[in-house]
Write a protein that binds this ligand. Sequence first.
Ligand code: NDP
Length: 449
Amino acid sequence: MNKYIKKVLNGLKEKNINESEYLQAVEEVLTSIEPVINNHPEYEKIALLERMIEPERIITFRVPYVNDKGQTIVHRGYRVQFSSLIGPYKGGLRFHPSVNQSIIKFLGFEQIFKNALTGLPIGGAKGGSDFDPKGKSDDEIMRFCQSFMTELQHHIGADIDVPAGDIGVGEREIGYLFGQYKRIKNRYEGGVLTGKGLSYGGSLVRKEATGFGLIYFMREMLAHNNQTLEGKTVTISGAGNVAIYACQKALEYGANVVAMSDSTGCIYDKNGIDLQLIKQIKEVERGRIYEYQKVHPQAEYIECKEADSPIWEIKTDIALPCATQNEITLNSAKKLVENGVIAIGEGANMPCLKEATEYFLNNNILIAPAKAANAGGVAISAVEMSQNSMRYYLPFKNVDEKLNQIMINIFNSCKLASNEYHLEKNYVAGANIASFTKLANAMVAQGIV
Ligand code: NDP
């Protein structure tokens, strides 16, 4: 390994020994940009890597709220403002009990590279809380969001830091957060949050953007390898925002989606997933995926009992992990390869353990890496920000065309970068190299800050 990279990784491990997800994300990037670092020994003197992996600012705060039983509950809020190198801090908010500083730092770090790949002027950030929205009433969600924003508002703004949704934060939560921000600040600052409702500054296609974008990227990657989505069997983990709209677009392209999941288990419907029913259960009723069987008793429900999710045991051509980090273990990767998978499309952030990614690459499985393949959401968030600045709404077709073009551009950047370093078809390395190169040039230009 390049000596400079080794030194930086050792220093990082010493300082962040308990932050496994963050260490994993940084290691994945730094090891794959080795050929670029070999060509630029001057980066060491200006501590370019050390500055790139150290967040500009980490904010943690108390979030108290009163539940429906009248009890006061205290959660911890986070905002990691990782990099403002190429634009205002930008990245989603996650509400999930597993949230901790390591997870928010890994997500913020990934976001810098993802945002650079979009070609749009947005920096990198991430935030959230260990609050679990599952099973909470609308009133509880509203009170929690209001308390969260009462602190967060000190640190954000349309030209400073622009949060959006992520796991557990959708249009409902963004609405409550936006309402509280506006009330405290006494000004209508549309571009301070993205993923807003359409009636108050949201963008058409934002809801669909991450899932649609994933499939646009997959289409490009398959086409470059003489394949199409038509007639392919697809399995998709998760049944949230990303999973649902990836499913919709995959179906439009003629794929046969046979399985989807949530954190309790997965539904396997050989006849093809009934997406309208999934939308009804998840978007309207906020229910559990096993309820699918009430309408389609022929579908199989497999409970998730182990670290290896049962969804990856199902035979498929294309696997789309769209739930959470590290959901594909080495065992799951082996099972997928044994069953003949040809491509992995990462809708979730860092869904594959490092060993799983290596196993796929060693077996010539195509990987659409998260940084690139799920960048459609943040790209359309940036388009939402520009519509807010112009006080203007773009029609669905125009935004969808923009998304499609952005995903084509991102695929081409990954392809070109991997070819340049003779890593053909390794789009994981391609995504890291293309984004790193852009960021490194900006860092050099802006001096030691
Ligand atoms: P949602 O909250 O809408 O949906 C998440 C889905 O994943 C749910 O079905 C949830 O099941 C499942 N899930 C969450 N955590 C776990 C877990 N620990 N184990 C198993 N299943 C789990 O989130 P999104 O669809 O917005 O996000 C999904 C992924 O995509 C995340 O990795 C996110 O960072 C990434 N992403 C999202 C973007 C966006 O625009 N929304 C943009 C780019 C990336 P359950 O309901 O049972 O918890």
